[in-house]
Design a binder for this molecule. Structure first.
Ligand code: PLP
Length: 286
């Protein structure tokens, strides 16, 4: 029997159903989902899943794409078209399709995807009768920011927080109040004593390629570096704050949470590093 999927208002063959490559679910994991179990073609715990869906959407500030009643119709129609008696129906709602930028796109409708599949309840019953095995692992959700994954929803929310406050970047801090990195950049300061500092990469941050390139340039420029975490307060008292990334090169931040950094103008070290980085990057690009 051929399966059918619902994607943004249309039902199509499961094997041909697609979302756009710029869908934010694909680009950023910028979406939420729900799963209902289906018994005799009917949805179990319908309201509770709907409540959690609405909560998830609200927490990540994605618009509710359609009323619960309308969504119920789509879920049931997908179940019907797939002739699912007992099984599961999956719903994904993403922030939609837009040109890639961490911050929320303007006027983009959420994407809605619904798929359904049959389950062999007898198999589950047999397993339950015997019992199943379990294993343990450290919970690393998500303590692996060293991996450049597309699981960027926290970064998206941080960047959006910056945009909503008229800022370029959001510097994130850990439970100790120490800055980890920017939402899509590595963070640096020239502290109040004039020391250039950036957090070491033992910590849970991305090892920025631009950061590495800057480290080499710093050595060549004879600038001393203190690879040590710094707090939000230290950053606010710093002479300079700047961020680095392939998309920003070296970008001075002249205020943090509205607090002026230094004299409120790009400082000499950030300005120099931007210049030498751009020179070298242009020259060595292959
Ligand atoms: N940190 C995060 C979380 C990033 O997403 C990025 C770049 O996208 C960076 C740091 C900087 O990395 P790179 O210099 O390799 O662009």
């Amino acid at each position: 029997m051929s399966r059918v999927a619902y994607v943004n208002g249309a039902y199509s063959a499961h094997g041909e159903a697609v979302v756009h490559i710029e869908d934010r679910g694909f680009q950023f994991a910028d979406g939420v989902y729900e799963v209902w179990s289906v018994f005799d073609g009917r949805l179990a715990d319908f309201e509770d899943h709907m409540t959690r869906l609405h909560r998830s959407l609200s927490e990540v500030k994605i618009d509710i794409p359609m009323s619960a009643a309308a969504l119920g119709v789509v879920l049931r129609e997908t179940i019907r078209r797939n002739r699912v008696r007992d099984g599961l129906v999956y719903l994904q709602v993403t922030r939609g399709t837009a040109s890639r930028d961490h911050a929320f796109p303007a006027d983009t409708a959420p994407s809605v995807i619904v798929t359904a599949k049959r389950l062999d309840l007898a198999k589950g019953q047999a397993m339950a009768a015997k019992g199943a095995a379990g294993v343990t692992r450290p919970d690393i959700r998500w303590g692996r920011c060293d991996i450049k994954t597309v699981g960027l929803l926290p970064n998206v929310l941080a960047k959006q927080a910056a945009r909503e406050r008229g800022a370029y970047e959001c510097l994130m801090y850990d439970e100790m109040g120490l800055i980890t990195e920017g939402s899509s950049t590595n963070a640096w300061i020239v502290d109040e004593d004039g020391r250039l500092r950036t957090r070491d990469t033992q910590a849970n941050i991305l090892r920025g390629v631009t950061r590495e390139a800057i480290l080499k340039l710093i050595a060549a420029e004879g600038i001393e570096l203190d690879e040590r975490p710094f707090s939000v307060e230290e950053a606010k008292r710093a002479r300079e704050v700047f961020v680095t990334a392939a998309s920003s090169f070296v970008m001075p931040l002249v205020s943090l949470d509205g607090v002026k950094i230094g004299d409120g103008k790009p400082g000499p070290i950030a300005t120099r590093l931007r210049e030498v980085y751009l020179d070298q990057a242009r020259r060595d690009a292959i």
